[in-house]
Design a protein around this ligand. Sequence first.
Ligand code: URP
Ligand code: ZN
Ligand code: ZN
Length: 480
Amino acid sequence: MTLLIRGGTVVTHDETYRADVLCVDGQIAAVGPDLEVPAGAEIIDAAGQYVMPGGIDPHTHMQLPFMGTVASEDFYTGTAAGLAGGTTTIIDFVIPSPGQSLMEAFETWRGWADKAAADYAFHVAITWWDDSVREDMGTLVREHGVNSFKHFMAYKNAIMATDDILVESFTRCLELGAVPTVHAENGELVYHLQQKLLAQGITGPEAHPLSRPPQVEGEAASRAIRIAGTLGAPIYVVHVSCKDSLDEITYARQQGQAVYGECLAGHLVIDESVYRNKDWDTAAGYVMSPPFRSKAHQDALWKGLQSGNLQTTATDHCCFCAEQKAMGKDDFTKIPNGTAGIEDRMAVLWDEGVNSGRLSLQEFVALTSTNAAKIFNLYPRKGAVRVGADADLVVWDPKGTRTISAKTHHQNIDFNIFEGKTVTGIPRHTISQGKWVWRDGELHAERGAGRYLERPAYPGVYDVLKRRAEVNTPTAVDRD
Ligand code: URP
Ligand code: ZN
Ligand code: ZN
């Protein structure tokens, strides 16, 4: 199949220039001015528009079994909604139950993801520890292209990874050349605060942010970063929501540590007042962890993106409909944690980031696509507009507008955290594997078209990190 995107302005993480882009059989075949139209080619008119790498959302949870229910968005509906929003790749999470074999969980998630409409990869969570986990991590890295492992420092009595597990698993990641990632919240403190609030009779969604204050996130980020630093491993902190954890990342980076931070579109624009909405369903619709924070934290996150201390943007797309959220009607700790966003991330980031002058075009591309591709070793197959890269592209109309609503979105959820927000700057066309899947408001997603992406580990990066760790860690004690 041949597709020519004609007359647009190509934007990558480091350049902006006028060029046509020719896609042949799923890959970019040529980039340049005034390309000839090959016989039989479909043509997309991109005049006045930007041609950018398709978005990569490095944090999604399609059909996740979680908190007594299953996320309503499956791998087909979720990736299709992503395509409508300009996102052409997701990295989802395999989350084994404690005691479950990693390989068994991996195969289960691979089966679920067969119906994906866009390309996908997996992080695998470490929720328990024994020799078989150690072994399976090796198999996943060496034979299945998994190069990142996730650790939930919260969700006590469920999937929480305690410090001993972090130490074992980060050490193993270091041996394998994989990246440890963390959900940084102190699970013991969250549990303690939850019990205290319930005992005080505060049972509604307004208690959710009170049980997870910024210090709880800052403490966990500091601990995880220092554990990684001591071992000489890199670390990626998911959904950084507040200044407290951002400061820990910034400090560690200044010390030369390999620390990366991710930020969610929702955390940049939604504040904690949503939990005080008088309508229970509306307030519960925003329950996710970490919670939405005050404006001051939002400002800090924007600065984190601008300064390069936060490198990626994601959604943590994890959908629960109102009837699922109602499981926590009498007890906020039972409201399934999670919100949607895959369809809106790029438009929200453009509207609030580029239109406001906070972000340049190049920074937008880096933050929505290229940096995630680099950190998780998908680059330059993904995250690039260059010959030989996958033809995953978005044709962006900077003047187009859309009012976000659950009534019109493609996400399989009856709520939208950005409800009523009008954005200027929208994906006019999305191209996935060289196919025109979002055509000016029409979705042509194909069930099962998505491919599993292998992400090899990083021996090169790790050689450097290991040498750095050896220099910084004394192996013998000098005595006077
Ligand atoms: O509330 C959230 N974020 N739900 C999904 C699981 C997680 O913590 O990432
Ligand atoms: Zn999380
Ligand atoms: Zn998550």
